[in-house]
Design a protein around this ligand. Structure first.
Ligand code: GAR
Length: 217
């Protein structure tokens, strides 16, 4: 089986990276991680990659004069590792239009909200402030605009009375760890066609039903 070569970009904890590492360890999974790049030398996620025997590299954004020169260095390293799909996994830097154009339809991101709601760094706080009763996560194809692009996979979770940001973050993170490997699988199996702003998934299946919160009627 030919496996899609992934490059994963991180900035911190790396729990989504770990979810991808775990998925890729299954013999049937159609992708493999060939390189992990962090823009922060102390990112905990680097330890997950090293423990799994994956090559890691640090590209510190402070060492580069501007956004595009940093992006060009990241691009060069991804290409020299023959990366085919770039996965942003808690990578807390905006990519330049130059980068997203060079990797058109080949960069994906995970975000802890049901996009297009609550873009940006404080998605959980925004969801709590808005008083929504459902939130979730989104895996999408990256476009130059922050947290935007064709949506591949989403999952919804309830927001419960008294939730703190940590409570909501933990509930969403559990579904992030299921959604990110699923999105990679769909792309690796060539089941996604991009049509304008939409990602069409061939052979799509879904569970009929709904999530209602509060549940009592
Ligand atoms: C995740 O919750 C991810 O959705 C979020 O950062 C966290 C990284 O956690 N990403 C964004 O907010 C991007 N806008 P991790 O390092 O444990 O995967």
């Amino acid at each position: 089986m030919k496996r899609l070569k992934l490059g994963v970009l991180i900035s911190g904890r790396g729990s989504n990276l770990q979810a991808l590492i775990t998925a890729c360890a299954e013999s049937e999974f159609p992708a493999e991680i060939v390189l992990v790049i962090s823009n922060k030398p102390d990112a905990k996620g680097l330890e997950h990659a090293t423990a799994a025997g994956i090559t890691t590299e640090v590209v510190e954004h402070g060492d580069y004069a501007d956004r595009e020169s940093f992006d060009r260095e990241v691009d060069a390293r991804l290409r020299s590792a023959s990366v085919e799909l770039v996965c942003l996994a808690g990578f807390m830097r905006l990519l330049s239009t130059w980068f997203t154009d060079s990797w058109h339809d080949r960069v994906i991101n995970i975000h802890p909200s049901l996009l297009p709601a609550f873009k940006g760094i404080d998605a959980h706080a925004q969801a709590l402030a808005a008083g929504v009763r459902l939130s979730g996560c989104t895996v999408h194809i990256v476009r130059p605009e922050m947290d935007a692009g064709p949506i591949l996979v989403q999952a919804a979770v309830p927001v419960l009375p008294g939730d703190t940001e940590d409570d909501l973050s933990a509930r969403i993170l559990a579904v992030e760890h299921r959604c990110y490997p699923l999105a990679v699988r769909l792309l690796a199996e060539n089941r996604v066609r991009i049509d304008g702003d939409h990602a069409i998934v061939e052979g799509d299946t879904y569970t009929e039903g709904y999530l209602i919160n509060p549940a009592r009627e």
